[in-house]
Design a protein around this ligand. Sequence first.
Ligand code: SF4
Length: 213
Amino acid sequence: MEKADARKVRVKAIIRILKKTYPGVRLALDFNTPLELLVALILAAQCTDSRVNQVTPGLFRKYRKAKDWMDEDRTVLEHEIHSTGFFRQKAASIQKCAAALVERFNGEVPRKPEDLLTLPGVGRKTANILRGNAFGDPAIGVDTHVARVSFRLGLTRQTEPDKIESDLTEVVPRAEQVKFCSLIQRHGREVCVARKPGCETCGLEELCPRTGV
Ligand code: SF4
């Protein structure tokens, strides 16, 4: 892999092009508060963001605080989130998380990564997406799109999310880390798709070694 300095230069060019390609891009999940984003992220496992966005407005009107989620009857919640799949697991995760927030964080989603990582079911990806998008802190959340597209772009040679995060943190400017993830996710959904990337129509073609393609 090329040296970090060369990757830094390429990353800046990649960000510049993708910002023009996807103006106004942001996280695809809808939310207004850190708690809403936490719930949306739990629901988004093995489910599309658009499906989650169909379900959450009604939920967010009904459940305003962590205690509301915690106190609900489990079967009612399961029914409400049924269409997002894995509804039993997700209902349990939401309620365990909500209980931890009530018991240890006064009902609020904590901002520090070391606190976020103590919440049941919250790993680095979820913690970083929360930090970046709900609190505006620099952070790289490595989801499947960020992992795949960063690898193809030669920004990492790693396949483990924690190591990919570390490679990207080294070369993506802190102020652009959250935007970078949203841009790469969008590009991964629309052009650099998993099965057959659209290299012939990709605006990044000249900057991309197409590793593994
Ligand atoms: S050139 Fe191909 S592999 Fe590289 S980012 Fe574009 S679509 Fe993906």
